[in-house]
Design a protein around this ligand. Structure first.
Ligand SMILES: [Zn+2]
Length: 150
């Protein structure tokens, strides 16, 4: 956890917290643990412990929520938006610019069509901004997503 700060072994960290809780000054803590006073001050501030409001209980900062989850969530929201807009459009998706795997690019919808045919091809329509699929296929993608989620 504190691998980047070799000064602070788990043991020293515990001592730091104990001494801090006991009300020792930074200088005293430093002497007790055997590190520099600056190191103690720096560590205390990194831990969110501060002398300034000694009346308050030291509140450890909550680690920030990992952002990894928000990306698919965002995509889901986008899909839902698209779906809501197109909720009453039941027309089949027309892929007029079918292309092969090699021809795929960011400008072409990568929804596979003709999956049963020998010549596997992709939709190739202009995709929605930020999406891998055109509007029609984004809608289809959302449906299967919603089906899986529900
Ligand atoms: Zn498409």
């Amino acid at each position: 956890m504190f691998a980047t700060a070799p000064t602070w072994t788990t043991e020293r960290l515990e001592l730091l917290k104990t001494h801090f809780a006991a009300g020792l000054s930074c200088r005293q803590i430093a002497a007790e643990i055997g590190v520099s006073r600056n190191a103690v001050i720096g560590k205390l501030s990194r831990l969110g412990l501060s002398r300034e409001r000694s009346g308050d209980e030291a509140r450890p900062k909550k680690p920030r929520e990992r952002r990894g989850r928000s990306v698919p969530r965002l995509q889901y929201e986008m899909l839902r938006q698209v779906y809501d807009e197109a909720a009453f459009t039941e027309a089949p998706v027309v892929s007029e610019r079918r292309c092969s795997l090699l021809e795929l690019s960011k400008e072409r919808c990568r929804w596979p069509v003709n999956a049963e045919a020998e010549e596997f091809s992709f939709c190739g329509n202009t995709p929605l901004a930020g999406m891998p699929y055109c509007q029609g296929h984004t809608r289809l993608a959302y449906r299967s997503l919603a089906r899986r989620a529900g």
